[in-house]
Design a protein around this ligand. Structure first.
Ligand code: CA
Length: 118
């Protein structure tokens, strides 16, 4: 495929970072659910509570465990609102849209707050 003229120097430039796709109405809804959950002093929910919440999606336990592993981006076993939104979004697109559980979190699912130098 011939490169477009405007892209001839693309190799010398940074790859554009995809925007976080969990925004707007969807994020507001996830944030509302998150509000209803028990939280620690840092405003984070436990993985156990998030797993409990995700069982409502009808997904089986191994898939939920996989979702939690991906969504707990800083791997502290706790979920802040952004991580919870990622978990909810993954559960939704897997259960409703046939999205396959990925091996690693695609960049469009990584919240801006978690992109440490990524
Ligand atoms: Ca976390």
């Amino acid at each position: 495929m011939a490169p477009l003229q405007t892209q001839t120097r693309a190799q010398d430039e940074e790859e554009p970072k995809p925007e976080w796709k969990v925004t707007g109405e969807a994020y507001s809804k996830y944030a509302q659910y998150f509000e209803t959950m028990a939280k620690d002093v840092y405003g984070r929910a436990t993985g156990r509570d998030v797993a409990q919440f995700l069982t409502q999606s009808g997904l089986n336990k191994p898939v939920i465990a996989g979702i939690l592993e991906l969504a707990d981006i800083d791997r502290d076993t706790m979920f802040d609102c952004d991580e919870f939104a990622v978990a909810m979004h993954l559960a939704l697109i897997i259960s409703k849209r046939g999205f396959a559980l990925p091996d690693r979190l695609p960049l469009w699912l990584v919240p801006k707050s978690k992109r440490h130098g990524a």
